[in-house]
Design a protein around this ligand. Structure first.
Ligand code: OAD
Length: 228
């Protein structure tokens, strides 16, 4: 199974892809949600209750991600994209490492750590400051990280585009995701139903492993290299 056998490839990525860059995953040992309660840091209710606390948490994440570099896994994906223009990345990651590795067509299902928005003025902008400053928009409201937090809905345009791309791809490669967060976890199924070849890359079995035709067990960068 080689990338060169396919024309329209979708890489569907999760936190395990960035783990080799030193960014902690969300679940499992050392996972973000075993250290932090999302109800205090990653939902709209927490932000309304205590925006400063939520921003302190996101500033810490910005600083941690800023200090990390894309790894070989990100680089291989960007290379495949350059060689095969029909290739897209649909990511659950908010770290921006795909873009930093040179990937171009990246759908960020869960938003980005590097974008902020003002829900009062309906403005969204890129912001790479660490720490993010100032925390308030000129209208007086707090900027909000443009991230899909728990209990938020996904952006419908992103979701529609993801559906279309998955319906027409010939290979879907799911990488480093636990497959437990919906609706994202359902997306690879669209490609499978449409007849695409499916590959799961993960260190371990996941609740959705059985759906995939091919299961590659190991580090994302090494498994991606084996498909070059
Ligand atoms: P998880 O933390 O739930 O899962 C990470 C997966 O990566 C696990 O299945 C690991 O076995 C696997 N993994 C870890 N290191 C790996 C490596 N080097 N190579 C290959 N696989 C590896 O992360 P996600 O599935 O991405 O939401 O989590 C989904 C969403 O839940 C995230 O987008 C996040 C979170 O709440 C937001 O940030 C909005």
């Amino acid at each position: 199974m080689r990338f060169s056998d396919y024309e329209r490839i979708v890489f569907f990525t999760g936190a395990g892809l960035s783990a080799e860059s030193g960014i902690p995953t969300y679940r499992g040992k050392g996972g973000m949600w075993s250290e932090y309660d999302y109800e205090d840091y990653a939902c709209e209710r927490a932000f309304r209750r205590d925006p400063e606390k939520v921003w302190d948490f996101h500033d810490k994440r910005r600083a941690a991600v800023f200090a990390c570099e894309p790894n070989d896994g990100h680089r291989i994906i960007a290379e495949v994209q350059r060689e095969r223009p029909g290739t897209v990345v649909i990511t659950q990651n908010i770290d921006g490492l795909h873009q930093r590795s040179g990937a171009t067509d990246v759908i960020e299902l869960h938003g980005s750590l590097w974008r902020v928005r003002c829900d009062r003025e309906h403005v969204v902008r890129d912001d790479a400051s660490v720490p993010m400053s100032p925390r308030k928009c000129s209208c007086g409201a707090y900027w909000r990280p443009d991230i899909v937090w728990f209990e938020d809905s996904l952006d419908q345009r992103n979701l529609r585009r993801a559906h279309e791309l998955l319906e027409s791809c010939d290979l879907v490669v799911s990488i480093g995701t636990s497959g437990v967060v919906y609706p994202a976890a359902d997306l690879p199924r669209i490609a499978m139903r449409s007849g695409a070849t499916s590959v799961e890359i993960n260190l371990d079995e996941t609740p959705v492993s059985a759906l995939y035709q091919h299961r590659l067990r190991g580090k994302a960068s090494e498994m991606l290299a084996s498909m070059r």
